[in-house]
Design a protein around this ligand. Sequence first.
Ligand SMILES: Cc1cc2nc3c(=O)[nH]c(=O)nc-3n(C[C@H](O)[C@H](O)[C@H](O)COP(=O)(O)O)c2cc1C
Length: 472
Amino acid sequence: MLRGAVRASAKAAEGAAAAAPAAAAGGGPGGLLRVGLGLAAGAGICYVTFGDEGRGSSAYHALFTGVVMRGLRLVDPETAHGIGIRAAQLAPADTDQDDPRLAVTIPEWGGATFSNPIGLAAGFDKQGEAMGPMLKAGFGFVEVGTVTPRPQPGNPKPRMFRLVEDRAVINRYGFNSDGADSVSERVAAFRAARTAGDAPSPPKGVAPLGPAAGGPIALPASASGDATVLLRDRVLSGMVGMNVGKNKTTEDAAEDYTIGVETFAPLADYLVVNVSSPNTPGLRDLQRRDQLKALLDAAVAARARAAARADPSGAWGGPPLLVKIAPDVTDSELDDMVAVSLSAGVDGIVVSNTTIDRPDTLRSEHRAEGGGLSGEPVRAKSTDVLRKAYALTRGRIPLVGVGGVSSGQHAYDKIRAGATLVQVYTALAYEGPPLVRRVKRELAALLERDGFASVQEAVGADVKPAEAPARA
Ligand SMILES: Cc1cc2nc3c(=O)[nH]c(=O)nc-3n(C[C@H](O)[C@H](O)[C@H](O)COP(=O)(O)O)c2cc1C
């Protein structure tokens, strides 16, 4: 009976999906109003009537991609971003089991297991408000932040621009942050709810994350076939990383990163030290050899202090600590950054943040806006730096590939260039959460086509034998 009802709703949603773009194309306030009402009604009916199962239906995904996302493009990008966060509960859910090929276990991170390697990059959920819905959308992990120690408003608006013709975005948000206290309260509440309240009986084998469990341990979602159970398991087993930065006016950067690391170490499945946003004056200078060494040493020490406080037995050393770098680096700068990261004892590198380049190929009217460029135009450059970082790290620490991923092929390219995990942001701004299911499906098919039984087997496959890592 429920299936029949879902099918009926699917028909209604498909009807709405077909009609609303036409209404939008009609333009004018009347058209906009009709689109808005259509979106709200379609999403609301599916959500209220069918809950998780309705939001997992193909029709609901089609409604989102074809209507909601197109409707959102009619409002300015920062408002659309805000609506996306506020209405995250309505986001399409992924009620398909993740292909077992997609599961990734990282021995260097205490055996942390990701049910799939596709994550939400930092910058979408800056304030820790949409972790659950984004995990339900099918991401294997979500990176919250960048969070600064004290609240700050960021740069004046407008500060985010769509470059539609280029499938890109330019942003100069400048770390608008609610601050570490507020965000840590939200993350702590989320963790408490998922291990105790909303999910009273974790599926067998899934331990609560964090110090109590001796580090992050999770298993892929359960195989019961029940949408509600599967989505609960996605939230239980999904990883939440915390990305930390500095306040604009702070002189001693290390102090701010220390606060971020100490605040979030007990709450995060991994931490990211972001030294690569182009929108905070002087931030990228922290990537220089000596400054980076001092900063990463301070961050690693802060993690050790936080871990010792959380677990006086000393059994837990804290979550993996990563550094996120820019794509705008010379080979010798990258050499330095990798050497310093390894010597400081960092557990991974996120490659990469947005670029300050403006390639000649850009066509959009917004191409000259200041800030960081993301999406399609950064992909090749970012993958190039990733490949070099893989050759340099020699496989000793996992890499997270991010920049311009909008398909399974792009994710696969990042993996073959050396990424163990992959993140997405800009493509999500265009396509919405249905993107996640598609990217995973395409990636699984590519792994199967090329005879890889797991993501791990494909990591670094494109790095030439001469530069291939000598695994420790
Ligand atoms: C609007 C916007 C805001 C972002 N904010 C952050 C941020 O706060 N911290 C961060 O480390 N990266 C931030 N990023 C960078 C993304 O995490 C990612 O590294 C970059 O956009 C490349 O990936 P993409 O092409 O899939 O978007 C932001 C990106 C965008 C588009």
